[in-house]
Design a protein around this ligand. Structure first.
Ligand code: HEC
Length: 140
């Protein structure tokens, strides 16, 4: 009985924690009013935090040159710029701003499917991308 109860609690705690983490963000935005200056509130910057990860571990297969200068764009996915990333792959968008769990980008890196070759993302890198999506996937 006790074991079962612990298992149930564990199962409930994860989605609850996630929901709390996610709902916190829109509330912060509301608290700052409609003023778009609340953008400065973001913890993660696309250009400073997300871009280096993509350049280091992803663009070699998604839009950037390899050591011979050849460009590969697996699944038509180009991760070399914000605009291209937001267009997504041949299947469409890979990011749902504000919705981490529904973002294909997140699913792929969380499961370790991407990068398909090379060093996997570190815990910190995963956290950066997760936070960036949760904060609305801004071009900041
Ligand atoms: C060695 C090459 C390679 C690297 C490096 C790589 N990818 Fe991929 N990526 C692929 C291939 C091939 C596919 C399509 C086949 C598949 O899904 O396995 C793909 C598919 C994807 C998709 C799925 C698109 C869709 O709409 O289903 C996403 C998202 C993605 N990659 C993101 C990334 C990210 C983010 C990184 C860096 C952390 C990365 N990839 C690194 C080769 C690579």
């Amino acid at each position: 009985m006790i074991r079962t109860r612990f298992e149930v609690m564990g199962v409930l705690a994860v989605p609850l924690g996630l929901m709390l983490a996610l709902t916190d963000l829109p509330l912060t935005l509301v608290a700052h009013g409609e003023a778009q200056s609340s953008h400065t509130k973001a913890d993660v910057s696309f250009s400073e935090d997300v871009t280096p990860i993509l350049e280091g571990k992803c663009v070699i297969c998604h839009g950037g040159p390899d050591e011979n200068g050849a460009i590969k764009k697996e699944m038509e996915l180009d991760l070399t710029s914000y605009d291209a990333l937001m267009v997504g792959s041949e299947f469409g968008p890979i990011v749902e701003p504000g919705n981490v769990e529904d973002s294909v980008l997140w699913m792929m890196i969380e499961l370790g499917d991407m990068p398909q070759e090379g060093e996997p993302l570190t815990t910190e890198e995963l956290e950066v991308i997760k936070t960036w999506i949760a904060e609305g996937a801004q071009n900041n």
